[in-house]
Structures are given as structure tokens and as C-alpha cells.
Design a protein around this ligand. Structure first.
Ligand SMILES: Nc1ncnc2c1ncn2[C@@H]1O[C@H](COP(=O)(O)OP(=O)(O)OP(=O)(O)O)[C@@H](O)[C@H]1O
Length: 261
């Protein structure tokens, strides 16, 4: 089932053009991100992989409006990224569920604080409770949920707001392999049923290929985009796509780029 979208909730087009973010320490400065450029077409997922400390989160923070560009620019639908707003949602590795609200209450939180609770937001809440397998837990408090279920609540909460862009910072990093693969599938399925422009940071090469339409491989500090690789597999992903030679070949290529071979 798909949910209808109005024009102001269409997925965003993101352009990052020669972006550098310089961090100022007490006695020196350094570039956390250097001369990064890429374009994400509406509804596409860009996965970003790179070594620890290479500037992935900094890049995401620029797109979220939490950090400014030092030089270059980041544009969303042609306009420079501004302060955080309801058109962008963020999902972090640590779950951000509110323990004092039920699962349904967590999903309804965004529309409630925006005074935008109406029949459409209720329908979206019901829809995402259902597609994320949370229906049976709708009236439970998060303390009874597994890590995977809590992550589903985070994802549902982002989607219920109907943002144009969702920024995900290693969202599945703390989950076991099986749960991680289930959530990767659910996210890819959502990208078909309810397209948003996604930026997905991960350390996990297979995950990057599985969820991404493109994978940006970053260099160690200062973080540059080493290469952007197109992922050729259909959405939803064919069963056992991870075992396909083309998938394994991409994995080897990214591994080699990360090792700087
Ligand atoms: N506010 C800040 N002030 C100074 N340095 C910072 C600040 N935020 C991040 N850094 C530094 O900038 C670099 C990039 O950090 P960032 O968190 O973006 O990397 P990352 O690739 O997301 O790392 P990880 O994969 O380990 O989460 C790091 O060296 C980090 O220590």
C-alpha cells in the first residue's frame, strides 16, 4: 500500500557542491570534510561509507542544518540548507524513543508538537505501525520492546512526519546481524512504497550496497569523497542479492577503495 503525497512532501533533490567544513580546535584547525560534491535525485538513497573520523557525521550535520559549510554549499531543492525543519528527519544509532509515551504516542509525537494531528496524520500513524510490524505493540511502552522494535519506532516516527529527506547516522549499527538485515529490507521496501530522499551513513560495506542507490566512499581525514558508485540492483532487492557475483564484486571494489589500494 502506498500513501498519497502532496507536492510539499515530495522527496527532495540534494546537491552538495565543493563542500568543505573546517573545524576549529584550540591551537589549530582542520578540515573534517574537504571538497565534497554529489547530487542525490529525489527518492534516491545515498549510502556513505568511510573510516572512523572521516567526516561522515559532519556531512550529515550540514544536511540537517546543524553545522554550517565553511566553503562550498549544500542545496536542498535549489535552496541553501537552512535551520532544521519538519522536511528533514534524522535517525541515529542510539534509539531516541520516548519511554513515557506508548509506541503509538511516539509515532504521533511529531504531528502533535507541530499541531498537525489530523485524519491524514492518523492514517499515516496506522500505516507505519502496520508496515513496520508494530501494530500489536501500539499501546505498549518502549520498555517491553527489543532493540530492533525500538529502531522501527524511530523509523516510523521519522516517516509519519512525511519529511522530504531522512538522514540516518549508522541507524542499525548496534543491532545483531539478523535484525539488521530485516531492518535493511524494511527500509528498502519503504523506499519503494513511500519514497524519501535518504542519506544513510554506515561502517558496513554490505549494508551500504544493500540500502543504497549509490555508495559514496570517503577517504580518511581530511574526509573527501573518493568515489561514488552506482548500485545496479532492483528495489525491493532480489532475494539472495547479497550472494550475487555483481554484489560481491562491488563489495571488493569498496573494500579496496577504503584500503586505498
Ligand atoms: N564540533 C567539533 N569540533 C572539533 N572537531 C570535531 C567536531 N565534531 C567532529 N569533529 C572531528 O571531526 C572529524 C570528523 O568527525 P565525524 O564525527 O564527522 O566523523 P565520522 O566519520 O562520522 O566518525 P565515526 O564513523 O567514528 O562516527 C573527527 O576527527 C572529529 O573528532
Amino acid at each position: 500500500m502506498t500513501i498519497s503525497q502532496t507536492t510539499d512532501t515530495q522527496p527532495a533533490r540534494i546537491v552538495v557542491d565543493d563542500l568543505t567544513v573546517t573545524m576549529q580546535l584550540k591551537d589549530r584547525s582542520f578540515d573534517a570534510v574537504q571538497n565534497a560534491s554529489f547530487t542525490i535525485e529525489p527518492g534516491q538513497t545515498l549510502a556513505i561509507v568511510g573510516p572512523s573520523g572521516c567526516g561522515k557525521t559532519t556531512l550529515l550535520n550540514v544536511l540537517g542544518g546543524f553545522t554550517g559549510a565553511t566553503t562550498g554549499e549544500a542545496l536542498i531543492d535549489g535552496a541553501p540548507v537552512g535551520a532544521p525543519d519538519e522536511h528533514r528527519a534524522t535517525v541515529f544509532q542510539a534509539d531516541a524513543v520516548f519511554p513515557w509515551l506508548t509506541v503509538r504516542g511516539n509515532l504521533e509525537y511529531g504531528p502533535r508538537i507541530r499541531h498537525a494531528q489530523d485524519a491524514a496524520s492518523k492514517a499515516r500513524t496506522d500505516h507505519f505501525l502496520q508496515v513496520l510490524g508494530l501494530e500489536a505493540f501500539a499501546d505498549e511502552f518502549p520498555k517491553v520492546l527489543s532493540g530492533g522494535m525500538r529502531k522501527r519506532v524511530d523509523i516510523g516516527r521519522a516517516y509519519v512526519n512525511n519529511p522530504r529527506t531522512i538522514l540516518l547516522d549508522e541507524p542499525f549499527g548496534a543491532l545483531d546481524e539478523i535484525t539488521k538485515e530485516q531492518l535493511q529490507d524494511e527500509l528498502v521496501n519503504l523506499s519503494v512504497s513511500d519514497p524519501k530522499t535518504l542519506v544513510f551513513i554506515t561502517h558496513d560495506i554490505e549494508e551500504a550496497i544493500y540500502v543504497g542507490d549509490m555508495v559514496a566512499v570517503m577517504t580518511p581525514r581530511p574526509g573527501r569523497i573518493r568515489k561514488i558508485i552506482d548500485v545496479p540492483f532492483a528495489r525491493p532487492r532480489p532475494e539472495n542479492v547479497r550472494m550475487e557475483p555483481a554484489f560481491q564484486e562491488l563489495r571488493r571494489e569498496i573494500q579496496s577503495l577504503l584500503r586505498n589500494d
